[in-house]
Design a protein around this ligand. Structure first.
Ligand code: ATP
Length: 451
């Protein structure tokens, strides 16, 4: 993990937030290559889950929503984690995470405050900071960030920074169903920022207080075979991780046990990734029944039922919710791709990113800085940049330029040399094998698309 964090800074993927002021703890900024990788991942997600399906549409709703939304969703009453304080060093932790770290996730999941306090005491679990085992009783800590809307800082002006993007979909359900004339089953996808005042953020971008989610609410009829639809979503999510090039061996599915399930969920699974610090949730899929729409009907007084014209029947849709974290997916892609090997008797760092998400897809180099080579290289660069993410580089030895591109995960490098002037061919070098081949200039785009 330390290597990946250092690499991310060194090569402009992820920087510490507010670094010149000493940094703001657990905030991270995506640098020039990081933002390209992140955008590519979001684009790939949108393409796979929205554009390549007929039953999906998109949405971009506000971060600030009516406070009643969070009453209806249950977040004000119960979106909390069990907080424990170490009496010795005064540090605060999530009680369930302390248990999980020492005794495994099964022992921690779904436990009440009382049970958490008892388990910590019984096993004399140590404080992660100072090592003593003297904690306060576990108590609820609400994770929502609160702020004020308008000029008056009074209770009536309290608003919350959304802790998930999903509620924006539920409150827009009526508009979308009516205006888009969508027939159930259909789904709504949204990508956007969410905020949670996590007790113990950490592990780089894995757990932060400001993060981005990619969420889907898939609306179905209550008597549809939800198990089948759930399985289809699980498969589709697996397919997407494959498209990103994530190694299957590092992924697993874990189903929540009864105690862990939210009261409204009939089934929840997490797809987990084998991070350097252990298995961790990458995304989850939950069957949330008709809980959300029903609650919003109750709290808003607006009818959110759906009228099925063909069957001449009215019902409140149920939902299946696949929910992804953008930052966790970016982190996963980085960790999964990070490799080191030896080439020409020298160690190299190589990011084996899938070509579809690499920040730079093609790099163009003139072999040496000679005007005739630069001229033709720039022309090739100008032609390719409308079709691919291309970088032009003429500085340093060719070996150094290859290493720089290998490090940021550029799958292909094109070199223009003196032979190019005669045979109108360039050398394409493949990142992973370092194999090279000559290709005609006019065939470069076709060749790259077929690789
Ligand atoms: P965890 O158990 O790790 O706290 P969660 O079950 O609370 O996660 P969900 O509410 O299901 O997470 O959110 C959906 C997705 O949003 C998660 O799978 C994860 O990818 C992402 N996510 C949630 N919390 C954070 C966070 N604090 N930082 C980064 N990503 C997050």
């Amino acid at each position: 993990m330390d290597k990946v964090v250092a690499f991310c800074k060194r090569r402009g993927f992820i920087f510490q937030g507010s670094e010149i002021y000493g940094g703001l703890a657990n905030t991270w900024d995506y640098g020039p290559y990081g933002v390209e990788l992140k955008n590519n991942i979001k684009e790939s997600w949108w393409k796979h889950f929205v554009h390549e399906r007929e039953d999906m549409v998109g949405l971009d709703s506000s971060i600030l929503m009516h406070p009643r939304v969070w009453e209806a969703s249950g977040h004000i009453a119960s979106f909390s984690d069990p907080l424990v304080d170490c009496r010795k060093c005064k540090e605060r932790f999530r009680g369930d995470k302390i248990i999980e770290e020492h005794l495994g996730i099964e022992k921690a999941a779904g436990k009440s405050l009382k049970e958490i306090s008892e388990i910590i005491k019984k096993h004399k679990l140590p404080c992660p900071k100072c090592g003593t085992s003297d904690f306060t009783e576990a108590r609820e800590f609400n994770l929502m960030f609160r702020t004020h809307q308008g000029v008056l800082e009074e209770k009536a002006s309290t608003v919350y920074m959304r802790p998930e993007t999903a509620q924006g979909i539920f409150v827009n359900f009526r508009n979308i169903a009516a205006i888009m004339r969508k027939k159930i089953p259909f789904g709504v996808a949204q990508i956007g920022k969410a905020f949670r005042n996590e007790i113990t953020p950490g592990n780089f971008t894995y757990r932060t207080r400001e993060f981005e989610q990619m969420e889907i609410e898939y609306f179905i009829k209550s008597n549809d075979k939800w198990e089948k639809i759930f399985d289809q979503w699980e498969k589709s999510c697996g397919k997407w991780f494959k498209k990103l090039g994530i190694n299957d061996k590092n992924l697993r599915t874990r189903q929540h046990n009864k105690k862990e399930l939210s009261h409204y969920s009939k089934k929840t699974i997490d797809i987990e990734y084998k991070f350097p610090f252990g298995w961790g949730e990458l995304m989850g899929i939950a069957y949330r029944t008709d809980y959300d729409l029903k609650r919003h009907m109750e709290y808003s007084g607006v009818d959110l039922s759906y009228f099925d014209q063909e069957a001449n029947e009215k019902f409140i849709p149920h939902v299946i919710e696949p929910s992804f974290g953008v930052d966790r997916t970016v982190l996963t892609a980085l960790i999964d791709a990070y490799s080191e090997d030896m080439i020409d008797n020298e160690p190299r760092v190589i990011m084996k990113l899938h070509p579809s998400i690499a920040p730079v897809q093609v790099a163009v180099f003139p072999l040496i800085k000679k005007p005739e080579l630069i001229k033709i290289s720039r022309k090739i660069f100008d032609d390719l940049k409308t079709k691919f993410k291309v970088e032009y580089d003429e500085s340093g030895s060719i070996g150094k330029r290859y290493r720089r591109q290998d490090e940021i995960g550029t799958p292909y490098c094109l070199t223009i040399d003196f032979d190019t002037l005669n045979d109108k061919c360039v050398t394409i070098r493949d990142r992973d094998s370092a194999k090279q081949k000559r290709v005609k200039i006019e065939k470069i785009a076709v060749e790259l698309q077929s690789l």
